[in-house]
Design a protein around this ligand. Structure first.
Ligand SMILES: NC(=O)c1ccc[n+]([C@@H]2O[C@H](COP(=O)([O-])OP(=O)(O)OC[C@H]3O[C@@H](n4cnc5c(N)ncnc54)[C@H](O)[C@@H]3O)[C@@H](O)[C@H]2O)c1
Length: 252
């Protein structure tokens, strides 16, 4: 998936949250193909097991590690005693519940909690669990999967989600500065419109694809290689950045 000798993740342990399907599964597969042993997290244990199994079937190293990133005690219990080198905070959207987009003026406050919990608290929970170990070992890679919605305003009814993604981006910037001297980098990938497991409407997909300069929606195969690069030794001088991976869509 990349030139031999470059971006080699052999000997690294990577955690990918929400990796039971979609983009996270693609990221996990690419990190594993790059040589990392991948801990495949999902709140749905069966999905984590299936995605880890697919990686192992492909000849790479993976292990399912189900937990809910919004539950700090559960995160700490699952990760304690593990030396984790790379974390990709991918669990997102509205968390375990489906996203319910609507204009903020019409939004029930109960709908704010899911996006904030998973996209901000979830990222802080995993970081809290792994950061001290990374600093002690003088190597760490924190990567947060953000969104264009965390960078610009959009008319699609996702204000709390956008605010939470912006918070995740800001948190990565602070982690980058606080931990730069310890060999730990922290970056965000701001994604554009991606293929979604639960969107099957072909006309809608075609309309969305036409709005993207590259002419198609993104997939895990577009995001995985970016994570491999950010996770690599070669990316040690890249930190505190928000990198847009979006097929050329405007972001400002
Ligand atoms: N799909 C898009 O168009 C798009 C665009 C920009 C950014 N993103 C971001 O990309 C990431 C992946 O998106 P996707 O569309 O592949 O997601 P998805 O909804 O298809 O899959 C997310 C996975 O995360 C799991 N999950 C949900 N809550 C969890 C929790 N609390 N703890 C652990 N696992 C949990 C789900 O069970 C699911 O398997 C998210 O952070 C999302 O916000 C997506």
């Amino acid at each position: 998936m990349h030139p031999p000798g470059m971006f080699d993740l052999k000997g690294r342990v990577a955690l990918v949250t929400g990796a039971g399907q979609g983009i996270g599964a693609g990221i996990a597969a690419h990190l594993a193909a790059g040589g990392a042993r991948v801990l495949v997290n999902d709140v749905v244990a069966e999905k984590a097991a299936q995605a880890a199994h697919a990686i192992v079937e492909a000849g790479h190293s993976a292990e399912p590690l189900p937990f809910d990133v919004t539950d700090l005690a559960g995160v700490l219990a699952a990760l304690s005693g593990r030396a984790i080198d790379i974390v990709v905070n991918n669990a997102g959207n509205a968390g375990a519940q489906p996203m319910q987009p609507r204009p903020f003026r019409e939004m029930d406050p109960a709908l704010w909690k899911g996006p904030i919990d998973v996209n901000l608290n979830g990222v802080m929970h995993t970081t809290h669990a792994v950061l001290a170990g990374m600093c002690e070992r003088r190597f760490g890679r924190l990567i947060t999967i953000a969104s264009g919605a965390g960078v610009v305003g959009l008319p699609i009814g996702v204000a709390p989600y956008g605010a939470a993604k912006a918070a995740g981006i800001s948190f990565m910037r602070h982690m980058a500065i606080e931990n730069a001297a310890f060999g730990v980098t922290a970056n965000s990938l701001a994604l554009g419109l991606m293929e979604m497991a639960d969107v099957q409407d072909e006309a809608l997909v075609a309309r969305m694809a036409r709005s993207i300069p590259c002419g198609r929606l993104g997939t895990g195969a577009d995001i995985g290689p970016a994570c491999v690069w950010l996770a690599s030794d070669e990316a040690e001088w890249v930190t505190g950045q928000t990198i847009h991976v979006n097929g050329g869509s405007l972001t400002s």
